[in-house]
Design a protein around this ligand. Sequence first.
Ligand code: ATP
Length: 333
Amino acid sequence: MKHKICTLGSHSALQILKGGRDEGFETVLIAEKKRLKPYESFRVADHIIAVDKFADAKDRDDELAAMNAVLIPHASFVNAFSLAEIDELKTPYFGNKKVLAWETDRKKQRQWLAEAGLKLPRIFEKPSDIDTSVIIKFYGAQGGKGYFLAHNQKEFEEKIKQHPDQKYIIQEYIVGAPVYIHYFYSPLTEELELMGFDRRYESNVDSIGRISAKDQLDLNIETSYNIMGNTPLVVRESLLPEIFEMGEQVIAASKKWDSRGLFGPFCLETIVTPDLDFFVFEISARIVAGTNPYIHGSPYSDLRYNKPMSTGRRIAMEIRLAEEQNALERIFN
Ligand code: ATP
């Protein structure tokens, strides 16, 4: 029985299921009852399993395995379960589960990116070390809600009072243009592909410029980075060689930690300074929602494939190729 492409109904599920269909797979969606509407309306799922909450999906593991489903993780998927729960799933999972542990541990993630030779914003272990503008990030904030900026220790200590008992890190604030880079690495061809780029559209930080500086001060606005969408982006062509190299270094470093390393889609989240230096502040080791503007392909996937090739479809294509080559053990966990 051929595999069925399966994911949770959120984040990039529309893209993943459409991509599965385009590669000739049947699709299975696990959706929360209160959020069924878009999935029914867009008709991307052949089978819909409705649950009260995503966490209940783990009780459907046997059913999914019997259907020959393969789980495609995205951020809402990895947020719905603990690492141990994901580890225990019988249903095949596209990707290397070992990478999840490196990614969720901020220290390990930083070590990985540093070993890859990438430029990283500095981290300040204690407030008295702050010697430049910093961004304070809360653990598990999801979507940057509540992050704040400080320019010195005094300002930090004043502002942190509003967030008692929350775990945070203090990171150097890089002034520049945010660029999110979407890659796909195929373990079958050993090729790193550039799928596209996006910018995030965050509230309120992306709208503060709509009012005058005087009004901003009068309204006493605190910036917030709560993501509400993504917009497409192309970058200067002269930056592409370095962008490929950064992705290749991340893959090479991951293979030192585990022989299969990172594969499938991933994203480097960067800020590009006026000197065109890329500072990487995070890696997402799976499909990111920033690929959603490209359900019909991006300018880069159009160059590479000459047909609509979203990241969701690229995942399904890898599964199809692995089925054809009897190489599923290279891409499943
Ligand atoms: P994710 O959802 O990707 O796990 P997040 O949404 O919790 O992460 P980030 O993506 O880390 O938050 O950051 C939120 C916002 O802050 C983004 O607009 C990003 O560009 C900006 N940002 C993050 N780190 C830095 C930094 N070191 N310097 C400047 N801007 C930053």
